[in-house]
Design a protein. Sequence first.
Length: 523
Amino acid sequence: MAGETNRARTGRQTRKNVAAPLSEDGRLQPQALELEEAVIGACMIERDAFGLVSDYLKPESFYDTKHQRIFAAIRDLAAENSPVDILTVTEQLRKVGDLEFVGGPVAITELSRKVLSSAHIEYHARIIAQKALARELITYTSNIQRQAFDESQDVAELMQQAEGQLFELSKTNMKKDFTQIDPVINEAYELLRKAAARTDGLSGLSSGFKDVDRVTSGWQNSDLIIIAARPAMGKTAFVLSMARNMAVDKKIPVAMFSLEMSNVQLVNRLIVNVCEITGDKIKSGQLAPYEWEQLDTKITELQHAPLYIDDTPSLSVFELRTKARRLVREYGVQIIIIDYLQLMNASGMSYNSRQEEVSTISRSLKGLAKELNIPIIALSQLNRSVENRVGNDENKADSKRPQLSDLRESGAIEQDADLVAFIHRPEYYKIYKDSYGNDLKGIAEFIIAKHRNGSVEDVRMRFVGQYARFLDLHSNDLNGNFDDGLITSSKINSASDPQPAFDNGAFESLTAADLTPQSDVPF
């Protein structure tokens, strides 16, 4: 009885010493001190107890600062594969200078006596984690409220900061349990049966380009696909051609986030692509009578197409996540395209460098692809090292080919992506013949440089500059004469560098001014 009285007194003294800050409305912060004692005690008497709670708890999850120090000691011992018991925990606390702070060896012993086994420890740990999350939310909302009352605070900046902090908080506390292999095998087998039943042999979404689909087997769910190139190579033209193939021809719901161009500019490029009328005429409205008929006939292909465009500038990962969930839930979107990754931001979070921010963005995109179980295609810029490489006459063509190390601002893009592809048009660099003497005018290369679930390969395609359109190499899907001499490269950002000319006005006149990079935009 005396022992129980002493333990009760010790418990009261422990709680008396706990810092108990109140919320702004005078209420005590969420806490579960008895469960904290039970979890720590169980970790010291059961060998496997820490492993059951380590996914849920970290030292900061505990409300009592003494419990934080003790759990940190338990974590450090477990990390070193050392036994965890009363003696080892006491010694670890002594080593780091926290033993007296937590109440000495007596307090450690008292904690271990308060629990008989580790039964229900996982349930207890989840409650402690929920209390910790509730405290974080209180702190988060209190800070936002305090800053909102500050009239000198810019509201738009505050919203950016708030969404970034909330995104980081949700990401940190998002847990997913393991899955036994049986249901996963059943799902994989069912996908295999569906793929076998398809005449095209694809297991994912068709891009509409036969040779690309042959290598990729279609864009796979939960994959992050990076399509990168230097400016003027045709990144946007490629994804617009692909979006047209998917949304117009195959009725696959597609969402496109355009951070670079307005939705009107983007739709104008689609009209050029679909209606096969040059961009300067679409911009000026000076169409011949037969072109008006062609426009009226073909523009109906775009109407009612399941293509959703968002032109929010400087889109944050938090905004993208919110909008993407809604697009998938309400409109059944099966693929998301982002043009382009370096124009996104991870607002509300502080970074030491732009590389760290881009790394966060790429990880977030991969996480979103897994969460929504759809492919996400993000366009990316390449750094200038491509331009600086100079080869001799024998390897000049190869010297300008992009490679993984050219990805701009972060190697994390390469690591996070399931597939990395480059768009390369040799004629842009005045390379008109390959090493075998083949004509490269109007030829684009879709270079698959990383493919986590398949082979890497180079796919040659046609690029029709006047319509900003990519086609399969041997496609005849174009009105009029398909003459190699009339299929030319883009002139975007290269007005001073004449290319093999198509004199009737290239598509680039539509948006050349709009695409001129500003000093504060990475291009």
